[in-house]
Design a protein around this ligand. Structure first.
Ligand code: C2E
Ligand code: MG
Ligand code: MG
Ligand code: MG
Length: 284
């Protein structure tokens, strides 16, 4: 290869990198206006008790629809929001919105909200959680904050202090995407979690893949030993669900049980009136 060719290749990469940076800046700029412009919304995915098949709560997931770009997936905009610090504003919006929504439900189901490490370490995070609970009237035990394992490593002592403060409000804390981060075992002991969410990469084909099965059984054993319920993420098939049922996994979430959707879609689940009516009829 000639020197000139090498130089051209380098220029090509340089130009490509420049474009990517520009694109990220542009997304960041547009994201800044997304809240005020009403471009953000939350969708909700049901979380189910596996043995009874009862819905125990919903995870709130952020969606961004931009007029020019269309739907931008969280895997694209969340990392940009984290790098730019915008995630604090976005995350605070999501927490308030989700709590307000959950407070309006007739049944006392939990609402799980994802919290970025940037947001967790932001100024007065526990105070903000407290204020949201007061403002919306949601009972603290109905709010669950999902924090990824990897997030905690950044500044362990500070994260631990913040989590303890949040827990003292009566809020629940979940370890999200368990198994994908580092030093999982020491984290799980040190941090005051109420539930472990096994990452969906281990649930995929768990009924057929021996390695995945071994890992999932180990996490379930860990949960049992520590007295922590385990929720399996990303259940996509009835075979995966059957495996988890046979292994006594506490809870599950996934396309097979219910895809994330607007809350109106779950009206019949969050409203108790239908059940109450049925009970009344039965009592007559
Ligand atoms: P996560 O918290 O682990 O959320 C679960 C993700 O898995 C969601 O993707 C959900 O749609 C997807 N999922 C659920 N069931 C299945 C399944 O059966 N199969 C497959 N393939 N996927 C399934 P989504 O909504 O695209 O969000 C991706 C990630 O973005 C989330 O992962 C979370 O880390 C982040 N995120 C989403 N909303 C928020 C938010 O409000 N705040 C923060 N900080 N992060 C958020
Ligand atoms: Mg989550
Ligand atoms: Mg997850
Ligand atoms: Mg995730």
């Amino acid at each position: 290869r000639s020197k000139a060719e090498g130089r051209n290749t380098y220029r090509f990469f340089e130009a490509k990198m420049g474009e990517e940076t520009k694109e990220r800046r542009l997304i960041e700029h547009e994201l800044r206006h997304a809240i005020s412009g009403g471009e953000l919304k939350l969708v909700y995915q049901p979380q189910m008790q596996i043995d009874s098949g009862e819905i125990i709560g919903f995870e709130a997931l952020m969606r961004w629809h931009n007029r020019r770009r269309g739907d931008v997936p969280p895997n694209v905009f969340i990392p940009i929001a984290e790098e730019s610090g915008l995630i604090v504003e976005l995350g605070d919006w999501a927490m308030l919105e989700a709590c307000r929504e959950a407070a309006s439900w007739e049944l006392p189901l939990t609402v799980a909200v994802n919290v970025s490490v940037v947001q967790l370490h932001s100024q007065d995070f526990p105070q903000k959680v407290h204020d949201v609970l007061v403002k919306t009237g949601l009972p603290p035990h109905r709010l669950e904050l999902e924090i990824t394992e990897t997030a905690l490593i950044k500044d362990m002592n500070r994260a631990l202090g913040t989590l303890r403060q949040v827990k003292s409000l009566g809020v629940r804390v979940a370890m999200d995407d368990f198994g994908t981060g580092y030093s999982s075992l020491s984290n799980i002991r040190a941090f005051p979690f109420d539930v472990i969410k096994i990452d969906r990469s281990f649930i995929k084909s768990v009924d057929k893949n021996q390695q995945a099965a071994a890992i999932v059984r180990a996490v379930l054993g860990l949960g049992r030993g520590l007295g922590l319920p385990v929720l399996a993420e990303g259940i996509e098939t009835s075979d995966e669900l059957r495996f988890l049922t046979e292994e006594y996994c506490s809870a599950g979430q996934g396309f097979h049980l219910g895809e994330p959707a607007s809350i109106e879609h779950f009206d019949h689940i969050v409203r108790a009136s239908r059940h109450v009516r049925e009970k009344k009829i039965a009592a007559l």
